[in-house]
Design a protein around this ligand. Structure first.
Ligand SMILES: [Zn+2]
Length: 374
């Protein structure tokens, strides 16, 4: 990964390049920012730049032996730690056990993905994944070896929020006084969930969501229709993975829109026969699609409230949705949004627990019918 492949985030890039050029690479840095905004690709691009034998003022060369190994994520001095759980026949999991899956996912997804994509990749969607004590032992033993060939050994700890509390003390010392020429890059989405003793030992590098124009340019360069891209970017809030999902599957999103407005319509009219028709049809759809519609609905409800408050700068809706919410917003207000959102979140949780969809959606529809009239 070269800096030029990281989407947007120019300020962070400039800052990181400067640390290398001024020989002021801090040995433990925390890359903090929202999901899929480019923290992981930036960490890899930074490590590649540091170790490039032929770097320019702005980027690594991409062709020296170090860069080639970095490109395939197989450099012997590049290490990754990430959350895992018991999976397949692995009883005492560590990051090492899943390195093949990890590399595959990074290469498949161009290094932009969500925690849920990782869980899905290794089949632990329903489990609590952590960075465990064995991982912490591995960090210490790995870094105590001399580097094989690179100038810097790099340890990237992804989603450090998942570091198991009682395991954390193991790595405090090495984080504070690492062996010479070692770089820790910790990656996280929420500062509040990071153990304080870890937080205080790192230098913070803050990421914002990807700027809309950078996201637009990148997806257009991938060959997507500029009109579709514009709508997707408006909705994705600087999240590459989400924007990509929207442009890659415009039909799925348009299907969510249709389902959701039909659902709201029958709920508001409150005619039992119509509600029943909707529920009978929708109950046949697969569970992921049902959850997709509910999540979509949660977003539209939230945006509708912003429409009602005329928060034009904050609103993120595509053109079709803008038209719908220009009328629908009248039914969403501070007095009912909490109840509506709770009901929809509860429905998502019930779907995860394999509830009967007919019962679930009938029940939810009757409640929403009441809430919308409040
Ligand atoms: Zn190079």
């Amino acid at each position: 990964m070269q800096f030029k492949e990281v989407i947007g985030q120019d300020q962070v890039k400039t800052h990181l390049i400067k640390t290398v050029r001024n020989s002021r690479v801090s040995h433990a840095q925390l890359f903090l920012g929202p999901p899929a905004c480019g923290k992981l690709p930036m960490a890899i691009a930074y490590a590649q730049y540091i170790n490039c034998k032929n770097r320019s003022e702005t980027d690594s060369c991409g062709t020296c032996p170090s860069c080639v190994k970095y490109g395939k994520l197989v450099h012997p001095d590049l290490h990754f730690i990430y959350p895992t759980a018991k999976a397949r026949d692995i009883d005492k999991p560590t990051s090492k056990d899943f390195i093949k899956d990890w590399r595959e996912l990074l290469l498949e997804q161009n290094q932009y993905f969500h925690l849920s994509d990782w869980y899905e990749k290794i089949g632990i969607e329903k489990k609590q994944a952590i960075i465990n004590a064995r991982d912490c032992n591995d960090i210490i033993s790995t870094l105590n070896y001399k580097s094989y060939e690179a100038e810097y050994k790099v340890m990237i700890i992804w989603m450090v929020e998942k570091l198991f509390h009682s395991a954390a003390p193991k790595i405090l010392k090495i984080l504070e006084e690492p062996p010479d020429k070692t770089l820790f890059i910790l990656i996280a989405e929420s500062q509040e969930n990071i153990i304080n003793t870890i937080l205080s030992r790192t230098q913070l590098v803050k990421f914002n969501p990807i700027a809309d124009d950078a996201l637009q340019e990148s997806l257009e360069a991938e060959g997507y229709d500029p009109v579709l891209v514009r709508d997707a970017v408006r909705v994705a809030s600087g999240n590459y993975k989400e924007a990509k999902r929207l442009v890659a599957q415009p039909d799925a999103e348009s299907q969510n829109y249709t389902w959701f407005i039909n659902w709201m319509r029958v709920c508001y009219k409150g005619k039992f026969v119509e509600i029943l028709d909707f529920v009978n049809d929708f109950a046949r759809v697969n569970r992921d699609a049902q959850k997709g519609m509910l999540k979509y609905g949660l977003r539209i409800i939230r945006e509708s409230l912003l429409v009602g408050f005329h928060q034009d700068d904050l609103i993120r809706l595509n053109s079709k949705e803008s038209e719908f919410t220009s009328r629908f917003h009248k039914f969403i207000h501070a007095g009912n949004i909490g109840m509506i959102a709770d009901e929809m979140n509860r429905s998502i949780a019930h779907i995860d627990r394999n509830a009967n969809p007919n019962v679930l959606f009938l029940d939810a529809s009757i409640k929403l019918a009441q809430y919308l009239k409040k």
